[in-house]
Design a protein. Structure first.
Lengths: 373, 373
């Protein structure tokens, strides 16, 4: 039951970390539920790298695939759309309606690599302009996993008075060398594709599908744990009883990865992939606050709930512990939980009863305290 | 002080696991030291995926780069070339002189994808024919890391009477789903390159350099630990004081990976990369012995020394423990050691004093027992 697709043209130019401003920025967003009279029940959901504003509902109207968090957001769910006014916008640099490298520039040509390189803070700045334009001064909660969690952290660092509850999930306050390395492999895979054409493929009516598929395959491995892959696929063969002694997808894991790659290119823009991974690599909340992560949280007086997953090797629990320690040092009222699971990074998107119970408890208590009916 | 490059044409057709035989197989190999009168001091070194027969000496005469194990193999070293007769051959399917997809077929054309898909057992079969042709009935030791370790395991499984000491290092008796997944990403990166041309690039006088570089970059991440990458590179910028807000190699880790990729394509054949990774993915020593790994070691009456490295997430210590447990169950006299290091999989190629001390002790004791002077 999504509302129809909505796009807001930001009312003012968007200042960018890289310098200058971007005029005429469109932000594509969805909302669910109703803003209460006090305008106090808004929940902003921040999406991850390759996700979008279609958080819940029967189906993603653009991709025709399932929405990405229906078990958490919806009527009667943890983020109950009968209780909260839920907002999610496609990130700046994205390709689901918000301005990005696949959008048209003022001359009507696809931006391509002429689109400015953006940061997580730029994404949040665009979100904040949307939220303000919706008439909301303070968000009851900002929640997101992975890159969504980075946005949550940036919100409370740059707009501490506008957030009551922050829920950064399966995330990090900065990318490690290994995180950057995997992203760089993905970017090089895209750029290696002859159809990428220096980023100007849309004008040519083509897409670097093979390169983007390879990028997605490499990234997808990092979203799952070794043991989850072993449990799901092991060394099982795909529709055959013996290896073929060739280079077809003999193993189920090969077939699965190829499918992940080829289905991704149908729904995602290759240049968006470059821009968003770059924004994540650049994110370093401590560096942006004099080298002290606690300084980033010093002005936040709301509550935080930091969640990590034991088998997540993409953003390991240690990354979440770093966030929690800094929040404690900053005097933030923070709850922290490491969920035991073998599902890896993607666990935040999956059915994890302990995780869901924790979200539910934290939000319900905070809502009671703030008198949200 | 390598001997000059040598190639042996195998005296008989090579039977292949995939069926049929391969005629006229060349095996490129190097030797160091002198075979003793009893022909009992031969050590076979088995190389890893992208390495070659140039184990030790001043320089690799083909690549102009350093040799890969000079700190372990050489005069006065752990594998003392004044004491042992050391052999290393380029694996079947390789590209350093042994027959592989870059070799010429009987009609004088590069094999390309018409070369048969080979296995670790096929590689060992070719090595065994070389060893026999050199007049050696029993190898004092067979040693190797990573894919080299797979060859060691295959030697004692298929030729148990021909090996006195087996040293499988940083290896596994079968590839996990995650191992296969990373290899598949590499293969797809090669095949995505328009210059790959269905494997027939050599006839066209071109090479899929970009795709192979991406494959190497992805693989290289798996050879190092997260903490080693963080210690060596962290988030340090490359020759700049601030990010460029572009897609150049801002971070040192990006620059390092790009260098790893581009230098690799100068020394390695893309199709060889496909064939050798496939052989590793197919390797499953338990499956080849009725599903029981212990059965693979049942006829081996020599000694084994199994070494793993604590931060190796490519072939984690658990893989080595599986090997050790099976050897114990098979009644093999096995020593097993997990070396504490943060250097990841590549530790077997690096200066690791505890590792080197263990190799030294194991080999010295075994040599004394066998009366090797």
């Amino acid at each position: 039951m999504s509302a129809p697709a909505r796009i807001m043209r930001l009312p003012a130019p968007l200042p960018l970390d890289g310098g200058g401003v971007l005029d005429g920025v469109d932000v594509a967003y969805e909302t669910w539920g109703t803003l209460d009279a006090r305008r106090g029940n808004a929940v902003l959901v921040c999406h991850a790298l390759t996700l979008d504003q279609y958080v819940t509902g029967e189906i993603n109207p653009v991709t025709g695939r399932p929405t990405w968090w229906p078990q958490v957001v919806g009527p009667g769910r943890i983020i109950d759309t009968n209780r909260y006014f839920v907002i999610c916008s496609n990130v700046l640099g994205g390709c689901m309606g918000t301005s990005g490298p696949a959008s048209l520039d003022p001359d009507g040509r696809p931006w391509g690599l002429r689109f400015p390189v953006i940061t997580i803070a730029d994404m949040v700045r665009a979100q904040a302009m949307l939220v303000e334009a919706l008439g909301i001064e303070t968000l009851f909660a900002v929640i997101g996993g992975s890159m969504g969690g980075m946005q949550v952290l940036e919100w409370i660092a740059s707009r501490p008075d506008q957030v009551a509850c922050a829920l950064p999930l399966a995330t990090a306050a900065r990318h490690s060398a290994q995180n950057i390395a995997f992203h760089e492999v993905g970017r090089q895979a895209v750029m290696a594709d002859v159809d990428w054409r220096g980023g100007a493929y849309l004008e040519a009516g083509i897409r670097p599908a093979k390169g983007l598929a390879v990028a997605r395959m490499a990234a997808h491995i990092t979203y799952l744990s070794d043991s989850a892959l072993q449990r799901k696929f092991g060394r099982s063969l795909q529709d055959r009883v013996a290896p073929t002694f060739g280079f077809e997808a003999d193993f189920q894991i090969e077939s699965y990865l190829r499918h992940q790659g080829s289905s991704f290119v149908d729904r995602f823009d290759a240049n968006s992939y470059l821009y968003i991974t770059r924004a994540m690599d650049y994110f370093d909340l401590a560096a942006a606050h004099g080298g002290h992560l606690a300084a980033a949280f010093a002005r936040f007086r709301g509550r935080a709930c930091v969640v990590s997953f034991s088998s997540d090797w993409h953003y390991p629990p240690a990354d979440s512990r770093t966030i929690t320690r800094a929040m404690i040092a900053a005097g933030v009222e923070v709850s922290s939980l490491e969920i035991e699971t073998d599902k890896g990074h993607d666990a935040f998107l999956l059915d994890e009863p302990d995780f869901h119970a924790a979200l539910d408890g934290f939000l319900a208590a905070a809502a009671r305290e703030r008198g949200i009916a």
